[in-house]
Ligand binder design. Structure first.
Ligand SMILES: *Cc1c(COP(=O)(O)O)cnc(C)c1O
Length: 433
């Protein structure tokens, strides 16, 4: 226990640390003095430096960049899709000052914040109209609320799923003020099941794309065109929650344009297979999109200029024939990753590491393509105390997220851009020291 006379005066520390924000110095100095007084901490050799370290810790941002060496591309815990150069430039361009968010520069009249994103989305997917909100969960909630509140929403029992993070289809329908009508069975649902459930109370038919799970074996789901014909004849909107929402073909998922061909409205995420910022996109029939946009909930879920700028930049990339980084990473094949893995392994060996290049299996992540293996290449490191080493990597600067496999540290290069390799090497060196 420290006696009072060994403890420094707060005022002395404030004077010594005049370059730091005074209120933080005062509160951190008091906290440190108090823990030394009560015996929960021992007295530091240099009080001013100890307080400085505490203040700097307080000021350090919690949210910071991570090198993703997991091979999981749309890693939900790591923010899903990394933004491409153009999206970053757009974001930066509107972040620091004002922009024409709701101003039509040609006329000087009030404009619409969604114009750029809406026009580009419409032409990219061939839709009559488009809308963007905070995320896909919000998009589905908004659409169901605007089109079916107080009425019934018909869903196949095979699609009453939980997407994750407490997004459960029955609960979203209830939150939207609609009543769920379940049809069919878990494994088999037919068009006639829907036909039998449609009535005067029907507000919408909802299809949920099985993004993050598969039902296999003895299964049947309604023919898309026949279900569309049924909905059209009954004048009931057919809504699809597509989840991952690829704009590009060849990713192993139906594209938004494909889905739109047999649906009135499609809802999907901006930061899954599209590869942009977090957003929820709605495309389809103009009258239905308009009802969603006019609903008061839209105002609560709308996008801010930062996300809009990043989203527009991502969509311009598609129009210009470029693909966002996440899409490019999903397409990387093992043959193209192998030379990079071998080169990195030999650099590491030269630096004294027990490193070997090896074949890996990556994932799409973000609840997309759950069963799809992404064969790639990476580097395995043999280190003393694998788990402790992985922790040191995580808490380092930059933070690195890697996996443990067979007692080794596995670095999958699918998700490490070539330009990040030097930073990765530095982080590994720091974690070894
Ligand atoms: C991911 C997903 C959602 C939620 O989308 P967010 O953009 O994360 O809100 C909803 N439905 C399906 C089918 C999904 O795959």
């Amino acid at each position: 226990m420290q006696t009072r006379r060994h403890l420094p005066a707060i005022g002395t520390l404030v004077t010594a640390l005049g370059d730091l924000p005074r209120p933080l110095v005062v509160s951190e100095a008091r906290a440190l003095v108090e823990s030394v007084r009560s015996g929960t901490a021992s007295a530091p050799a240099d009080w001013a430096e100890a307080v400085r370290a505490r203040v700097n810790t307080r000021l350090a941002p919690v949210l910071r960049p991570v090198i993703n060496a997991t091979g999981v591309v749309l890693h939900t815990n790591l923010g899903r899709a990394p933004l491409g150069d153009r999206a970053q430039r757009r974001l930066h361009a509107v972040a620091s000052g004002w922009c024409n968010l709701e101003l039509h520069l040609e006329t000087g009249e009030r404009g619409e914040r969604l114009t750029g994103v809406e026009q580009r989305l419409r032409s990219l997917v061939g839709a009559e109209a488009a809308l963007a909100v905070n995320n896909n969960a919000a998009a589905v909630l908004l659409v169901l609320t605007a089109l079916a509140a107080g009425r019934e929403v018909i869903v196949s029992r095979g699609e009453l799923v939980e997407i994750g993070g407490s997004f459960r289809v029955p609960e979203v329908i209830a939150a939207g003020g609609a009543r769920l009508v379940e049809v069919g069975t878990t494994n088999r649902t037919r068009v006639r099941d829907f036909a039998g459930a449609i009535g005067t109370q029907t507000g919408a038919i909802l299809r949920v794309h099985p993004s993050n799970f598969r039902v296999s074996g003895f299964t049947e789901s309604p023919d898309r065109a026949a279900l569309r014909a049924l909905a059209t004849a009954a004048n009931v909107p057919l809504i699809e929650d597509l989840g991952s929402g690829a704009l590009a073909a060849g990713l192993g998922e139906p594209t938004v344009a494909d889905a739109l061909a047999t649906t009135d409205l499609v809802c999907f995420s901006g930061d899954k297979l599209l590869g942009g910022p977090q957003a929820g996109l709605v495309v389809g029939r103009a009258d239905l999109v308009q009802r969603a946009r006019k609903h008061p909930l839209y105002r609560a879920l709308r996008l801010d200029r930062l996300v809009l700028a990043a989203l527009e930049g991502t969509l311009i990339d598609y129009e210009a024939g470029a693909e966002p980084p996440a899409v490019a990473m999903l397409r990387l094949d093992a043959a193209s990753l192998r030379p990079r893995a071998e080169a990195l392994a030999s650099r590491l060996q030269e630096l004294g590491w027990a490193a070997t290049a090896l074949a890996t299996i990556g994932r799409a992540g973000g609840g997309s393509l759950p069963e799809l293996d992404l064969p790639g290449w990476g580097v395995a490191l043999t280190v003393e105390g694998t788990d402790a080493f992985l922790t040191r990597l995580r808490v380092g600067t930059p933070a690195v997220l890697a996996r443990a496999a067979d007692g080794q540290v596995l670095l999958d290069l699918r998700t490490v851009p070539a330009g990040e390799e030097n930073a990765l090497l530095a982080a590994l060196a720091a974690a070894r020291a």
